[in-house]
Design a protein around this ligand. Structure first.
Ligand SMILES: *Cc1c(COP(=O)(O)O)cnc(C)c1O
Length: 407
């Protein structure tokens, strides 16, 4: 099936905007994607027609709001092919999902345990584990990178021991756009009895996810990077694991009975959803999933792969450009720098912005990778289904100007 990009673009009001007198070319989708009209409209519609608190009310509005929220949970269950809808926990985003798990493990892990992460993680998949290890005395180990900037997966065999309790890795790197070998990592980790947490923040918008086929134990992603609202995200966990983990936040919604001495907890998913949730955000995320399904995630994947391949091909025309992990499999993003001494990625970003082109510059919340390449930052172009080859040509023209001005 070929997709009608102009029809898709027409669903995103912001794409009609001009920036600095030029049509917006938005290539910062790895930071957050734009939102289609269906998502924007449903947020208004929720507040105009259904607003009420969920799960507690006997009245009609409360029941309607609850039904919409739970319908959204089932849409997300289907989207990642989870076995049960109660394996879908709503969070504020990837960061909160990881912090939920790491805080929950505070009373389970001991100084004898080990956690393995990688040098290619976002800070939100590093810092929570450092905090957990400081609190429990558990040991944190890293899968290193090869010189090229991809995971040195051979090293995992040495790192994995009987003490490994958890392995955490992103499916796609936000900093480089590189696809990581999560299948191999999951198989090896499971052979030692360790759980695996997948950070799917950069894969959920671009690739079909099937948690049962993947066999990951926990998986997190953010709504705002996949056409949904900000402030809403998902933690998926296998039922038996979520049952084993103690709650993170205490409060309303998450209890069965409370006495002054002790409380018993509600069943899944409510055990992990204390307080009034972001009801509008949850419904908005459901609409974002509908939007993705209306095009088909496989179609989105194939089209974006063309965009990424074309970008790498065009960037390769310049001797002045260094593309990171160039030969690795990419998804959704490409990271590069100009090879000029003393030129920072932000210099390139500012010149592009004058031409209405939005890219991300800096360390992308992934400083260990920058340390690996011995650079303070990179320029990252990242894509969504509404981007076009013409926009990439505009971006390349802008880059030519940057090379002329900075060289
Ligand atoms: C964006 C991102 C995060 C953090 O997501 P938030 O929405 O800011 O919580 C974590 N990991 C990766 C790979 C990301 O791209």
């Amino acid at each position: 099936m070929s997709i009608d990009i102009q029809q898709i673009r027409s669903q995103f009001p912001i794409l009609e905007r001009e920036v600095n007198g030029k049509p917006l070319v938005y290539l910062d989708n790895g930071a957050t994607s734009q939102k289609p009209k269906v998502v924007l409209d449903i947020l208004d519609e929720y507040y105009e027609k259904y607003n009420a608190n969920v799960h507690r009310g006997i009245h009609t509005l409360s029941q309607e709001a609850t039904d919409l929220m739970e319908e959204s949970r089932r849409k997300i269950q289907k989207f990642i092919n989870a076995k049960h809808d109660h394996e879908i926990i709503f969070t504020r985003g990837t960061t909160e999902g990881i912090n939920l798990v790491s805080n929950s493990l505070r009373n389970i892990l001991t100084a004898d345990d080990e956690i393995i992460i990688t040098e290619i993680e976002h800070h939100s998949n590093i810092v929570p584990w450092q905090l957990l290890c400081q609190r429990t005395g558990a040991k944190l180990k890293y899968i290193p990178l090869t010189a090229e900037g991809i995971l040195d997966i051979e090293k995992l065999d040495d790192l994995l021991t009987d003490k490994t309790k958890l392995v955490c890795v992103n499916q796609v790197s936000n900093a480089l756009g590189v696809v990581n070998p999560i299948k191999t990592i999951i198989e090896k980790a499971h052979s030692k009895g360790a759980w695996v947490l997948i950070d799917a923040a950069q894969s959920a918008p671009h690739t079909a996810i099937d948690v049962q086929e993947m066999e990951c134990d926990l998986l997190v992603f953010s709504g705002h990077k996949m056409y949904g609202p900000t402030g809403i995200g998902v933690l998926y966990g296998k039922e038996e694991i979520l049952n084993e983990l103690p709650p993170f936040h205490g409060g309303g919604e998450m209890i069965k009975d409370v006495t002054m001495e002790i409380s018993t907890y509600a069943c899944l998913p409510f055990k992990f959803e204390a307080g009034t949730p972001d009801i509008a955000g949850i419904i908005g995320l459901g609409a974002a999933v509908d939007f993705i399904n209306s095009i088909g995630i496989e179609n989105i994947h194939d089209y974006e792969k063309e965009l990424v391949d074309y970008t790498i091909q065009r960037l390769s025309e310049f001797d002045e450009v260094e593309i990171y992990a160039k030969d690795a499999e990419h998804s959704g993003a490409v990271s590069f720098n100009l090879k000029f001494d003393g030129v920072h990625s932000s210099d390139v970003g500012m010149i592009l912005d004058k031409k209405g082109i939005a890219v991300r510059t800096g360390h992308h919340c992934a400083q260990p990778i920058m340390q690996h390449f011995k650079v303070p930052g990179t320029v990252r172009a990242s894509f969504a289904v509404y981007n076009t080859k013409e926009e990439i040509d505009t971006f390349i023209d802008g880059l030519k100007t940057a090379i002329r001005m900075l060289g």
